[in-house]
Design a protein around this ligand. Structure first.
Ligand code: AMP
Ligand code: ZN
Length: 114
């Protein structure tokens, strides 16, 4: 999508520190990290949030979750533990409307989140 910053990262129109890529997904480090490891995992296909997902996305969403575990291993936090966050809609604070999972770890994470 033309005005989407994450589509621009996929298309290499803006730079990012890319952690993992395959034909379906891209993972790159968050520009404002909230933990020692803060990586975003996105589908290459643009859709704005979980609200726009129906059953046709079920396989892709499951794929992202399983890849998140692999990316946690790549980042060295599989054993210490990690959190996956999917902000959806106004109360969540979602700012970028290309669906993305946050992968956070590398320190003790507080609960409940702020
Ligand atoms: P959310 O609040 O769930 O929509 O999260 C959006 C995330 O995208 C925030 O954590 C931002 O720091 C991050 N972000 C925004 N622009 C970029 C960028 N160009 N490269 C990497 N991360 C970004
Ligand atoms: Zn997009």
């Amino acid at each position: 999508m033309a005005d989407c910053i994450f589509c621009k990262i996929i298309n290499r129109e803006i730079p990012a520190r890319i952690v993992y890529e395959d034909e379906k997904i891209l993972a790159f480090d968050d520009i404002r990290p909230q933990a020692p490891v803060h990586t975003l995992i996105i589908p290459k296909e643009h859709f704005s949030s979980l609200k726009e997902a129906d059953e046709s996305r079920a396989e892709l969403l499951g794929y992202i979750l399983l890849k998140a575990r692999e990316i946690a291993a790549l980042k060295g936090i599989e054993a210490s533990g990690f959190r996956i966050v999917l902000n959806t809609g106004p109360d969540s604070g979602q700012e970028v409307f290309h669906l993305h999972f946050h992968l956070l770890g590398g320190r003790q994470l507080g609960w409940p989140p702020g």
